[in-house]
Ligand binder design. Structure first.
Ligand code: HEC
Length: 252
């Protein structure tokens, strides 16, 4: 092998090592914990991580039965519940899910039952934020949500006419949301035991999906792009070799 080929191969190897390191280092940062945020091994973490459809379905159940009493989720349409890479409810279940809700339709100036193309409703309680993008809005993401739900101290105090609840994670130590999860708040349809930890993880995963529904697709595309680049490097190596072959060992 001549010098040129050696340098080229070295270049390819260096680039490859650099790219893989960049991928893993950025992953390590995004999965890092901040403050007292618990580390949770979510299925969607890491380079190849994807959402767990069953977990998203359980999270949807917790959201519907507990959180939706106060919080909106207006960026998500009911039909998204059937999307690939999401909870993947079959079409008839998506229809049935939407049909439980009544929404106001300006076209008929009246309420009607929702259909899959309608969106989840807004917040029912004035100061309860919309949760559509919450999992991406807070440092720690889904892990922040799990920890927040588990950090209640069961203390209460009144301030300026409203009740605040002690929460060790929330900035300032007091939050206007009463403790929503205690364990056994829902009866999971898939038979999973509804511990506080389980419910918190499931609803956090669901909210992560709501904030970033295309994560599975994005990772698949990224993986394919890396493969393609590798293939390209190999092809380039051989093209280079062939191109220079006639000039090899030529006496100058
Ligand atoms: C009784 C009404 C109520 C219920 C039920 C409820 N929340 Fe809240 N939530 C609130 C209110 C009010 C706030 C605003 C708190 C504040 O600003 O101090 C809030 C804030 C939040 C926040 C934002 C915290 C932050 O960092 O700003 C998250 C995340 C959240 N809720 C998640 C949930 C989840 C998940 C559920 C279901 C398991 C849930 N909530 C159930 C009323 C509720």
């Amino acid at each position: 092998m001549n010098l040129q080929n050696k340098t080229f191969i070295k270049g390819v190897i260096c680039n490859f090592v650099l790219v893989t390191q960049l991928i893993f280092v950025s992953q390590a940062y995004s999965a890092g914990t901040v403050g007292k945020i618990d580390n949770v091994d979510f299925s969607f973490e890491g380079v190849f991580g994807t959402y767990d459809k069953k977990q998203l379905q359980r999270g949807l159940q917790v959201f519907t039965e507990v959180c939706a009493g106060c919080h909106g989720l207006t960026h998500v349409a009911y039909r998204n519940l059937g999307d690939k890479g999401g909870p993947e409810l079959p079409p008839e279940q998506v229809k049935a899910y939407a049909a439980q809700f009544d929404i106001y339709d300006p076209d008929i100036d009246d309420d009607r039952s929702a259909v899959p193309s309608d969106y989840f409703s807004g917040s029912m309680v004035e100061n309860a934020p919309n949760l559509s993008l919450m999992a991406k809005a807070r440092v720690g993401g889904a892990e922040y949500i799990v920890s927040l739900l588990k950090s209640y101290t069961e203390e209460e105090k009144e301030q300026a006419g409203s009740v605040l609840y002690g929460n060790k994670l929330y900035p300032g130590g007091w939050i206007a949301m009463s403790q929503p999860l205690w364990g056994d708040d829902v009866e999971y349809m898939d038979g999973t035991e509804a511990t506080l930890q389980q419910e918190a993880e499931d609803v956090a995963a669901f909210l992560m999906w709501a904030a970033e529904p295309k994560l599975n697709v994005r990772k698949e595309t990224g993986f394919r792009a890396v493969l393609l680049l590798l293939l390209l490097s190999v092809l380039l190596y051989f093209t280079n070799k062939k191109l220079w072959a006639p000039h090899k060992y030529k006496k100058v």
